[in-house]
Design a protein around this ligand. Sequence first.
Ligand SMILES: *Cc1c(COP(=O)(O)O)cnc(C)c1O
Length: 232
Amino acid sequence: MSIGENYRRIASQVADCAQEQGRDAGQVCLIAVSKTVDAPVVAQAIAAGAHDFGENRPECLVQKAQAYPDQNWHFIGNIQSRRIGDIVEHACLIHSLFQESHARKISSHAASLGKVQDVLIEVNVSGEESKGGCTPAQAIDLVRCCLELPGVRPRGLMTMAPQGSREEALRTFQGLAQLRDQIRSAMEPDDAAVFNELSMGMSEDWPEAIACGATMVRIGRAIFSEEPLVLK
Ligand SMILES: *Cc1c(COP(=O)(O)O)cnc(C)c1O
């Protein structure tokens, strides 16, 4: 399978899955996570119709966003304070914010670029120690903090599910969807109207995530690996 074929296959499966849930195909954004491939490989996905890409290292985000400035570049990795300027300059959406100090820095960098940075709050729903993200309770406080900052616009929540168990993945995704609704119901109408994203689901668990209301799935290996991905 070529990367273009992989992309087209996943894109049509994602669209079908959204429609099975009674949603429009376009309501689930497929983010091609290109973190394991070099910039020239990205062109193969673009030729197959990809527009949204995810990167988890600032230097790779910068390099690929400069190579393909017409695509939407999502930052999905660990935020290091000293790289926030680079991230803000190139990311359409930061999926992995979970610290107030980073929110403040993002806001000031964004303000100096004359932009408002869209962000998602990363939540560790499952409580696994190895996972990044804040607790659900902290997420509410962090959203409140973001709403006070002129350069940051909170757009929703992101999570990663524990691997290997369908049931646990479903529980995690349902938990994130409930938390999004809970936070939303406490917001002013204008803020609530744009706080609607749920970034959840990767190569092994995206159908479960869409079933739970994902608006964005982040898929890497199933697109960029030449080896067929064997689902457990
Ligand atoms: C790598 C990565 C993905 C994609 O994972 P795959 O299993 O390769 O689909 C999604 N989200 C984040 C945060 C990642 O780091």
